[in-house]
Unconditional design. Structure first.
Length: 201
């Protein structure tokens, strides 16, 4: 901490001042991992649609970063983005909730599966937001209609900084939160402690 203060006292002062403001908090980014079995759609043309849209104004800023995309299917090109979106798969796609509609659609020929991570971040929870934002993900058929009739997963970003998940997952699909590094460190420390105790015994 002393080194941090010596290296960047102004930046540290600004950070602590923001955190100390009444009604202002920092919601930690949450990463989710998704693996989808698409063997029932093998060889069919369709699409993958990602969106991060705000609710009623005012709303807190938020981002959704999609990365780590792998599949035995074939990405065949990205449609023009709507709103504040950068990047294309299989690289990182970053979506901000800046505009009324922020949407990224990739044309896709389905294989047996695909997999990706999405990290959702609400940098500042002001306490003044009226509406939250929602991240949604759709599987689309060749007419750009949802295969399941709606999003297969929706993550609502609540005004208190929490997140609520609603899903309509196909069979053999996984959507789960990735443990935070601090959680993994605690688990690792606990295991190390147990091993030391056993070795002493």
């Amino acid at each position: 901490m002393k080194k941090l203060l010596q290296l960047c006292p102004v930046a540290f002062w600004l950070f602590t001042a923001i955190v100390a403001l009444p009604g202002v908090a920092r919601a930690e980014p949450i990463t989710y991992e998704m693996t989808v079995n698409t063997s029932a759609l093998f060889g069919e043309a369709g699409g993958l649609e990602f969106a991060l849209n705000p609710g009623v104004s005012p709303f807190d800023p938020a981002t959704a970063a999609i990365d780590g995309f792998v599949s035995d299917g074939t990405l065949t090109g990205a449609e023009p983005d709507l709103g504040d979106v950068t990047g294309t798969l299989p690289g990182e796609v970053l979506i901000h909730n800046t505009d009324f509609q922020n949407d990224h659609l990739e044309d896709f020929t389905f294989g047996d599966y695909f997999h990706f991570f999405v990290t959702i971040d609400v940098p500042i929870v002001s306490g003044n937001a009226v509406g939250g934002s929602s991240f949604v993900f759709y599987l689309l058929d060749n007419t750009n209609s949802p295969v399941t009739g709606g999003p297969i997963v929706e993550v609502d970003l609540n005004t208190d900084g929490s997140q609520t998940i609603t899903n309509n997952l196909p069979t053999d699909t996984n959507f789960s939160q990735v443990p935070e590094p601090t959680t993994l460190l605690l688990v690792g420390s606990g295991l190390l402690g147990l091993l030391r105790r056993r070795s002493r015994g």
